[in-house]
Design a protein around this ligand. Structure first.
Ligand SMILES: Cc1cc2nc3c(=O)[nH]c(=O)nc-3n(C[C@H](O)[C@H](O)[C@H](O)COP(=O)(O)OP(=O)(O)OC[C@H]3O[C@@H](n4cnc5c(N)ncnc54)[C@H](O)[C@@H]3O)c2cc1C
Length: 385
């Protein structure tokens, strides 16, 4: 593995890294994914599995368009990864609901959607305000306290753990090399092009390097003239015992998986970086707080009384990878053109775009202009304003 000259080395084998790695391998590139050990922080194993469009892009219309682009090619992506890996990822796109338990909550959500659509540069899409009677027709088991919802036909979900496995399997089937236990400590640009990467107890030489290390990107980016100010943001999820199918749509806080369990989530909690000190490495799945979980469970039970009667079988928390403004960063180093950086907090939704749109750009050697609003240079502009 060391000594071989790779066309691309992807650092990080989470959803973002493996999606890009898979996309590069599909194109026949010689690519290696360097990943940390199993005790690493991994958002990819703890997420809520939505392929979600509605509400995204307040403050950055381009992000709304990018999310829509990914959701639009997700069905093709699911088919292709299914063929490559022989794993069905259970993608569906029946549209999704955001349910509200009070008029005030519904009005806030409607105002948010109206504000999103009226932004300059926004390409509006259709969504529906649905009243309680119509909701009951579409979801007969809904509770009496639900006052209404927003429905958007673009929303869907997937079996996220199977997706993760399918991407790893498909990557290898397509000729990619996955190297676990190879934490990257340093990246040295080589005069004349390429990079020497110190990974585990060896070095790897590659023409291109893709930083997709989640929270780890913050430390790696400056080594190649990039920056990624990302912080961990905790989310907590509850899973119930399996139940007969009763929910044929994903909701933004409740979904019934293809295997029958009901997932309830997912909170948004700011935690300081100091909370995940070295002694906690790998412990992200261990920290759950009963206060937050109780609120999630109580709301879910009011939305669907049947959920209140199900046994909880598991809870966990995991850390989202969050930028300062919440939008992704896609960047290419001005100093070292072969170095790229990708980070986002919706790696399930954007997996299709990462594999089928971003990876071909990296293979071609340049991010296209359409991605320039996502450069970290936007933070210089807002700092100067
Ligand atoms: C509770 C919760 C719910 C979510 N729900 C959704 C959802 O419904 N829909 C959606 O689209 N997204 C959702 N997400 C977000 C999604 O899970 C993340 O966007 C995605 O997992 C991020 O993937 P990543 O590869 O950037 O990071 P990670 O999964 O954290 O992976 C980073 C990888 O990089 C490796 N690494 C780090 N440093 C180094 C290094 N120095 N050398 C080598 N390897 C390194 C790590 O070992 C790890 O494998 C949710 C996240 C959470 C936490």
């Amino acid at each position: 593995m060391s000594g071989k000259n790779w066309e691309a080395a992807v650092i990080g084998g989470g959803l973002v890294g493996i999606s890009i790695g898979y996309g590069l391998a599909r194109l026949g590139r010689r690519v290696i994914v360097l990943d940390e050990g199993d005790r690493a922080f991994r958002a990819s194993r703890g997420n809520f599995a939505l392929v979600w469009v509605q509400g995204k892009g307040v403050g950055m219309p381009r992000y709304a368009g990018w999310t829509r682009h990914s959701a639009g090619i997700w069905a093709r992506f699911a088919r292709e990864i299914g063929e490559d890996s022989a794993i069905a990822v259970a993608h569906r796109q029946p549209g999704g609901f955001a349910l509200c338990l009070s008029e005030a909550e519904l009005e806030r959500r409607v105002a948010m959607m109206e504000g999103l659509m009226s932004q300059p540069g926004m390409e509006p899409y259709e969504y529906e305000r649905v009243g309680p009677n119509e909701l009951r027709r579409r979801m007969p088991e809904i509770g009496p306290e639900v006052v209404g919802a927003i429905y958007c036909a673009l929303d869907g979900d997937v079996n996220s753990l199977r997706l993760f496995r399918a991407l790893h399997t498909g990557f290898i089937k397509r000729g990619g090399t996955y190297a676990p236990g190879r934490a990257v400590a340093g990246i040295a640009p080589v005069a004349g092009g390429g990079f020497e990467i110190a990974a585990g107890d060896g070095t790897v030489a590659a023409e291109r390097v893709v930083l997709a290390a989640g929270i780890g990107n913050a430390r790696l980016a400056p080594m190649v003239g990039l920056r990624a100010e990302v912080r961990p943001q905790r989310g907590q999820v509850i899973v119930t015992e399996k139940a007969a199918p009763f929910l044929s749509y994903p909701l933004h806080t409740i979904r019934q998986t293809d295997e029958g369990g009901v997932m309830i989530g997912d909170s948004v909690e700011e935690i300081g970086a100091e909370e995940i000190g070295a002694e906690d490495a790998g412990a992200e799945d261990g920290r759950v707080g009963l206060g937050i979980l109780a609120v999630e469970a109580e709301r879910a039970g009011r939305m669907f009384p049947r959920i209140g009667r199900l046994n909880v079988v598991r809870t966990w928390s995991a850390l989202r990878v969050m930028t300062r403004d919440g939008f992704p960063i896609y960047d290419q180093s001005a100093e070292h053109r072969g170095a790229f950086l990708c980070t986002c907090h919706s790696g399930v939704t954007l997996a299709a775009a990462h594999a089928l749109t971003v990876a071909p750009m990296i293979a071609a050697g340049a991010l296209e202009a359409g991605l320039s609003p996502f450069s970290a240079r936007r933070f210089d502009v807002s700092a100067a304003a």
